[in-house]
Structure formats: structure tokens, C-alpha cells
Design a protein around this ligand. Structure first.
Ligand code: ADP
Ligand code: ASP
Ligand code: MG
Length: 412
């Protein structure tokens, strides 16, 4: 008998029929004698619909109320799932984040899990119930509902698997696993059989939304065996695993894009000590996360321009804060754009191959694509470009690094 945590994403539970099909699939594992903990997302499109409602009512929605609103989507699917199991003649119980309990900090709309009290779940499992938990939500010490950030149901699932010491965590989604790039924009994308935690962390942080980055961090930290696979077939998907030597053979394992960022530039900042701190402290105090930062000094004038990116959803708030900061520090002003995309190549093999970054720059230049920002780490290179070139850039890089289906010897 194994304990298995299975998470089903929005497209897998998009309507009552699909929820019944998911319940049947879970019941098959339950009937084999496994203890089943199921984590569900909201129905496909529901969270976006709720976000849109909020913006129709309040210009910058109140984060606490946003969480009360957004957490409602998962409440619907878990209740329907439990009903489907009961209809099939078995027992299930649905649990919200505050019933589990999944305790988080109070960073509304992007809360972090601090602790999970697993007793209520194990009590129900002992009674042979299927336990179905609302993804994406938690509760603060003081009882406020929180959400974990978009895609957060993956994190709920892996965190539960870690806390319960489950035998494995399976993430069911609308594609067959983790691919060399998004299969929905590149037809020649190839499914990867095994990928390292570190590569998956980079891919997830750089836009491959098939797994939420914090779910991969939990999996790595607590060594949770993680399997990403399709809800609609029984094919083997992708296992996220520890690195072994054979995995360094290709310089690039995947190409990602992220259209969810925006760029801000604060111009003519006095080039004196402490300016970076004055610019970024107010941003972090508001809980906003800055990604890439570039500072261009203008030596002739003792001025610098500071350019950085933030999640697009935080653009308005960041702009508001930056205008105030610019006035306070005597900078010229703030410009920005929401029409950018970050394109990245990722691979542990990059450590042993030189010239990977320059190949990327050449591919983009051959396509006539201008690079606005660059950042690198040991196993990734990212470039910010105009959003309209995203698909072109992804396909060109995917081909240039030989990732197409027929091209690459799969790493076993
Ligand atoms: P779910 O609702 O099941 O959580 P998501 O939409 O969050 O599903 O994630 C699955 C989607 O991730 C796929 O439909 C695909 O378009 C996208 N995706 C982006 N990059 C990749 C990748 N490298 N491999 C697989 N899927 C990817
Ligand atoms: N429903 C949430 C979202 O759409 C959480 C998730 O599906 O993972 O972001
Ligand atoms: Mg998701």
C-alpha cells in the first residue's frame, strides 16, 4: 500500500463531467489499496474570471479581499469531486486550506506555506476516505484566507506530499509531461523523460508554467519523487529527479518564455552610494518581487539609468511606487513597458560547454530580434525582447540547439 498525492489542474477539472472522470481515475488507484490524497485547482479559466471581476470593481484590488475571492474557485471543484466519489459508492471528504490546516505567512496573493498540520488528513485516510484538498490556498495564524500565487496548486500538492511523507506526488495536467519547450507553441517540442530538480527550478522560474517553481523547491528540499503526466492518457510522463552524470551531455535542455513581466526604467538617477537601496527597498517592502536589474552609468554626467522587471500584475503598483521614489531621490522620471517577454535557455550541460550564450545572441540577431536585457547564471541565459517576437524566438532557439523531436538522443 502506498500513499499517493495526485494533483489535477484546471483543464482536468474544467466541468462536472471531467471531475467525474478524474474521480474514476483516482478511484482506480484507491481500489488497488493505495491511500489517496487529491489536490484540485479551480475549473479552467475560473481564477482568471475572478481576477477580472476584481479589476472591474477596484483599480488595484485589495490583496486580502482578492484572496477571499480567488480561493472560492477551488472550493467548488473539491466539493464536486467528493460528491462524484460518493456517487460511485466510495467515501471522500473535501478540506479547505484552513481545515487541513495549511498555515501560511500573511503575504496575501503570494503567501508562503509555513507549516502543515497533517493530522486531519491522516485521520480521514485511516477511515479509508479519499481526501480532497483545495489547492492554492492556506490560512494565516490569525485566520485570514491566503492564496499562494498563480499556479500554486502544484505547491500545495508537493508540500502535502512532503509533510505526509507520501510515496510519490503526481501532477496531472493537459500535456504529457515536461517538454523541451511549450508544446502549445512549438510543434516539434519533445517530452523529456527525466529532468533534474535544478533544471526544473530554472525552467519553472523562467516561465515553463507546467510546474509552479515553489513546488519544485519543495520537491528538491524534501526529495519528493515528482511525476508530471497527462490526465487524459495513461502514458508515463516526466520524472523530476536528482542529477546524475549522463544528464550533462546536451548544453541546453529547454527553452522557455515568460510574457508575465513588465519593464520599468528610472532615468537619470544621481550616481551616488545608496541609490539602489533607495530604489528597491520600497519595492520589497510592498512584497513586490524584482527579477532582472540592469544599471547603465552615464559617466559624463554622474547619472545612471536603472532598469528592472517585475511581474506584469504588479506593474501599476511598481510604477506608483517608482514615481514617488524618483521624486524623492531627484531622478528624471520613470518609463516602462508591459509588452516585453523574457526568453531563456536552460541546461545543466551549459557548465561544460562554452559559447552557448553567444549562439543564443546570434540566433536572435539572425531573426532581427533586438535584445533589451540579458541575464545569465551557471545553467541559464535569459534575454528580454519585444513580446511580439516571442514565438519566433522560441522556435528559432529550439531548432538551433537541436532540441527537436527527431534530433536529440534522449537522456536515460
Ligand atoms: P494546469 O492547469 O494543469 O496546472 P498549466 O496550464 O498550469 O496546467 O500548465 C500546463 C501548460 O504548461 C501546458 O499546457 C503548456 O502550454 C505549458 N508549458 C509551458 N512550458 C512547458 C514545458 N516546457 N513543458 C510542458 N508544458 C509547458
Ligand atoms: N487556480 C489557481 C490558478 O489558476 C491555482 C492553480 O491552478 O494552480 O492559478
Ligand atoms: Mg498550473
Amino acid at each position: 500500500m502506498a500513499m499517493i498525492v495526485q494533483k489535477f489542474g484546471g483543464t482536468s477539472v474544467a466541468n462536472p463531467q471531467k471531475i467525474k472522470a478524474v474521480a474514476d481515475r483516482v478511484l482506480r488507484s484507491h481500489k488497488e489499496g493505495n491511500q489517496m490524497v487529491v489536490v484540485l485547482s479551480a475549473m479552467a479559466g475560473e481564477t482568471n474570471r475572478l481576477v477580472d471581476f476584481a479589476h472591474q470593481v477596484q483599480n488595484i484590488p485589495d490583496p486580502r479581499e482578492m484572496d477571499v475571492l480567488l480561493s472560492s474557485g477551488e472550493q467548488v471543484t473539491i466539493a464536486l469531486f467528493a460528491m462524484a466519489v460518493k456517487e460511485a459508492g466510495y467515501d471522500a471528504v473535501s478540506l479547505l486550506g484552513d481545515q487541513v490546516k495549511i498555515i501560511t505567512d500573511n503575504m496575501h496573493t503570494r503567501a508562503r506555506i509555513k507549516h502543515i498540520d497533517t493530522d486531519p488528513i491522516t485521520d480521514h485516510l485511516k477511515k479509508e476516505k479519499i481526501v480532497v484538498v483545495a489547492g492554492f490556498q492556506g490560512v494565516t495564524d490569525t485566520g485570514s484566507v491566503t492564496t499562494l500565487g498563480r499556479g500554486g496548486s502544484d505547491t500545495t500538492a508537493v508540500a502535502l506530499a512532503a509533510a505526509l511523507k507520501a510515496d510519490r506526488c503526481e501532477i496531472f495536467t493537459d500535456v504529457e509531461g515536461v517538454y523541451t519547450t511549450d508544446p502549445n507553441i512549438c510543434a516539434s517540442a519533445r517530452k523529456i523523460d527525466r529532468i533534474t530538480y535544478d533544471e526544473m527550478l530554472e525552467l519553472a522560474s523562467l516561465g515553463a508554467k507546467v510546474l509552479d517553481i515553489r513546488s519544485v523547491s519543495f520537491a528538491k528540499r524534501y526529495k519528493v519523487p515528482l511525476h508530471v503526466r497527462s490526465t487524459f492518457t495513461s502514458n508515463e510522463g516526466t520524472w523530476v529527479v536528482e542529477e546524475d552524470k549522463s544528464m550533462e551531455s546536451n548544453p541546453v535542455s529547454g527553452v522557455t518564455y515568460n510574457k508575465n513581466e513588465a519593464r520599468l526604467t528610472i532615468t537619470k538617477v544621481p550616481d551616488t552610494p545608496g541609490m539602489a537601496s533607495k530604489i528597491f527597498s520600497p519595492i520589497s517592502e510592498q512584497g513586490l518581487v524584482v527579477d532582472m536589474i540592469i544599471q547603465n552609468t552615464r559617466p559624463e554626467s554622474n547619472m545612471t539609468d536603472m532598469t528592472f522587471t517585475v511581474p506584469r500584475t504588479d506593474y501599476k503598483r511598481a510604477m506608483q511606487i517608482m514615481k514617488q521614489v524618483a521624486a524623492d531621490i531627484g531622478a528624471e522620471g520613470v518609463t516602462g513597458s508591459e509588452n516585453i517577454a523574457k526568453i531563456s535557455i536552460v541546461g545543466v550541460g551549459m557548465r561544460n560547454h562554452s559559447g552557448t550564450a553567444s549562439t543564443m545572441f546570434k540566433v536572435l540577431s539572425d531573426e532581427g530580434i533586438n535584445i533589451m536585457m540579458i541575464s545569465t547564471s551557471e545553467i541559464k541565459v535569459s534575454c528580454v525582447i519585444e513580446e511580439k517576437y516571442t514565438e519566433l524566438a522560441v522556435r528559432a532557439l529550439h531548432a538551433a540547439f537541436g532540441l527537436e523531436a527527431d534530433n536529440v538522443a534522449t537522456v536515460e
